[in-house]
Design a protein around this ligand. Structure first.
Ligand code: NAP
Length: 286
């Protein structure tokens, strides 16, 4: 089995680590514009060989795991190069632009649009870890546009990685993910900015940062190269979620200014329900 990963970072690298565990006979090839990442990935055993586009004709699986703006350029070239039995999947955090770019490609049936809801704030091949996708959800869009046999091959692989499959149309994906992922990142980045701007002496932040601050600001360590194109591609939905979020922040501030502590208590008590919702999601995943 030949597996090619294009973009040997956190997601692509973690995927091939799991694939190698599931299919020890597989040969893992890596393609990355960053030569240091190729060398690092080989040294870490994330990939076995450096690949190139001329080899894709004999690939069983091709994983495209590059920033979402780059994916729009790379994906058509990958589909041009693959064989009839190759299945290509892309793992980007937006799905509408990706599904549009491949819509009329003659090899559309060799492609499956996915978004594994798993990750960390780290990037590059050193961030790749085994088991990252265990118990996580993989959102699949437009599955009916993928050839049935190839679909089954990809879905089997995702299930063997421990992922739960959820089907969604690309528009709903981009709308829902704007709330639970894209807004969370902006909120974390801007919380980090607010505190850093105020606390010019960074040692004070370091000394006083409790686990609450640290966990809330964790996503602010994420790569701007990855997140800028995500916000650009999902701008309409992200702006809408920001407007709702800003309205909630303004409301909270107004309650505080007017000393309405009963209302503040109520706001927080109502939001405590997030505990049950997230527990429910964890239980479903198990
Ligand atoms: P990453 O760790 O930064 O890996 C991306 C890799 O692609 C880097 O090595 C990058 O090199 C390389 N690259 C950039 N342009 C390329 C090109 N034209 N051809 C080949 N390689 C190229 O990023 P990641 O976190 O794995 O994210 C990859 C994809 O997964 C993104 O589409 C993202 O939206 C999606 N995703 C991410 C998460 C998450 O939590 N991180 C979760 C789910 C899905 P340079 O670093 O030198 O640019």
């Amino acid at each position: 089995m030949n597996v090619h990963v294009i973009g040997i970072g956190l997601i692509g690298g973690s995927m091939v680590l799991d694939i190698k565990e599931i299919h020890p006979e597989a040969t893992i090839y890596g393609i990355d514009t960053n030569e240091k990442h190729v060398q690092k990935a080989m040294a870490l055993g994330v990939i076995e060989k450096e690949g190139n586009f001329d080899d894709l004709g004999t690939a069983d699986f091709v994983i495209v795991s590059v920033p979402v703006d780059v994916a729009l350029l790379v994906l058509p070239k990958v589909l041009d190069a693959i064989g009839d039995q190759t299945i290509v999947f892309e793992v980007g955090s937006t799905k509408m632009p990706i599904c549009e770019i491949v819509a009329n490609h003659p090899k559309r049936r060799n492609f499956i649009a996915t978004h594994p809801i798993a990750g960390t704030e780290f990037s590059g091949p050193s961030a790749a870890i085994k088991g990252l996708f265990q118990g996580k959800t993989n959102i699949i869009c437009e599955v009916e546009k993928t050839a049935f046999k190839l679909q089954e091959k990809a879905l089997d692989l995702f299930r063997n990685m421990g992922m739960r499959i959820r089907y969604m149309d690309p528009k709903s994906h981009d709308k829902h993910i704007a709330y639970v992922s894209h807004l969370s990142h902006i909120s974390s980045f801007m919380l980090g900015k607010t505190v850093m701007n105020k606390e010019k002496d960074e040692q004070d932040i370091f000394d006083m940062a409790g686990s609450g601050f640290e966990s809330t600001v964790r996503l602010a360590k994420s790569s701007p190269a990855m997140w800028t194109p995500i916000f650009k591609q999902n701008k309409k939905q992200v702006v809408k979620t920001l407007e709702e979020y800003i309205a909630n922040l303004t409301n909270f501030k107004d309650l505080l200014v007017s000393d309405d502590y009963d209302a503040i208590y109520e706001e927080m008590a109502n939001t405590n329900r997030i505990k049950e919702i997230l527990n429910g999601i964890t239980t479903i995943k198990k």
